[in-house]
Write a protein that binds this ligand. Structure first.
Ligand SMILES: [Zn+2]
Length: 45
């Protein structure tokens, strides 16, 4: 499931109507995709 962040009101948008990219909070028509923090295990030698 994708999580988006509105750059205008900084709120998270977890559910989007299909084919419509719009912030349900303020109506801003641009959303950034937010990726969950990925835990990477790096082995240093
Ligand atoms: Zn917004």
């Amino acid at each position: 499931m994708s999580v988006y962040v509105c750059p205008n009101c900084k709120k998270e948008v977890t559910s989007l109507p299909e084919g419509k990219v719009r912030c349900p909070h303020c109506g801003f028509r641009l959303l950034f995709k937010k990726r969950p923090p990925v835990v990477k295990t790096i082995t240093a030698r």
